[in-house]
Write a protein that binds this ligand. Sequence first.
Ligand SMILES: [Zn+2]
Length: 448
Amino acid sequence: MYTCGPTVYNFAHIGNFRAYVFQDALRRWLKYRGYQVTQVMNLTDVDDKTIRDSRKEGIPLRQFTERYAKAFFDDIATLNIERAEVYPKATEHITEMVELIKKLIQKGFAYKSGDSVYFDVTKFRGYGKLSKVKVEDLMTSVRVKVDSYARGEARDFALWKGWDEDDGDVFWETELGKGRPGWHIECSAMSTKYLGESLDIHSGGVDLIFPHHENEIAQSEAATGKRFAKYWLHCEHLMVNGQKMSKSLGNFYTLRDLLEKGYDPRAIRYILLSTHYRRPLNFTFEELEAAQRTVGRLREFVERLKPTTGGEDGDRKVSQLVRETKGRFEEAMDDDLDVNMALVAVFDFVREMNRLMTGATISEKGVQEARDLMTAFDKILGILGPSGEAAELTKEEKMLIQAREEARRKRDWKTADQIRDELRKLGLELEDTAQGVRWRRTTRQEKS
Ligand SMILES: [Zn+2]
């Protein structure tokens, strides 16, 4: 499975994370169903935007992109997103890209113009099959050197960009001349390297359909003569209060913005996950608060599962309920990842179990069955913990937080601050609120 990853030039926003959470659910579901998953997600660490913004800040490209790559990995850990098997960086695969471009020139799909190399879209017969753009409208070849351009404009796009002044010190001396790769070629080159010429699943946000994914298909299939991807899965946009998220409207949120407001990462994960991926998601703070309550209720439910006495024999009913619920959940997820319907099955289960626990006798065996079901579901949902490596506190952290609380009660601010600093070094940021102390991860903890 190949998933287009972040362009590391700023903090990813919640719309980006919607796509990453969806892809995470997809990989988790495939694994649940017994598939072996090899996921490759690229990091775009050289393109028009990374160069533009690193130059604006006046720092070397690598230093600039590493900052945001690190932030990306911290953020996906916070959201309990499983790590992909490979995260290749564009700058570390220039050789592979040059080889691919040479092959495209040799086969007549690409041509040099000035110091740059372009893909000739009129030469690739399948161009437009994903996005439905039309090539035949082109009277003559029109070229674009920029990475992004408007939908509906089939253009010869840059595979290799000859150096110009705007690139500053970002260039490679290669057989194609002094320059840098275009954005689209990186995904074709890196997916082939790690997954072969044909891959099973390719996914990304809908905004990538054109030109990015259309161009990936053209590059890869022109070079290999083979079908590039069997299945394309595209995740719809995220809206905020019914509007497009934008900085100028003041409704633009990164994950960090929401954490600073004190929201639980699991609730954020829940809200990003719970709308079907092919439907637009309308993000509101009311919904986020509702998500927070829902996640809390589910966690409480699991904690409350205990043997009960009195009334009819409940174990048999629990078994039956577990079987039915599992069937409903699986059927929903198998149907194009209908998380929404899967969650309905979970809520029905919780309600039914609550009813049984008040009026029936349930033994430890019955309780365990119910618990196992919730654990199995959470392998996909990732909202209950302790599966969330980012969501759970270690024993040491718990003890430190308790010790700090103790110090604060005694008004020993110095010790309290020392402990806070110590936790900060462990990558845990604390915030004291009216409801008590809240915490969030700032750096990812390596699995031991
Ligand atoms: Zn891509």
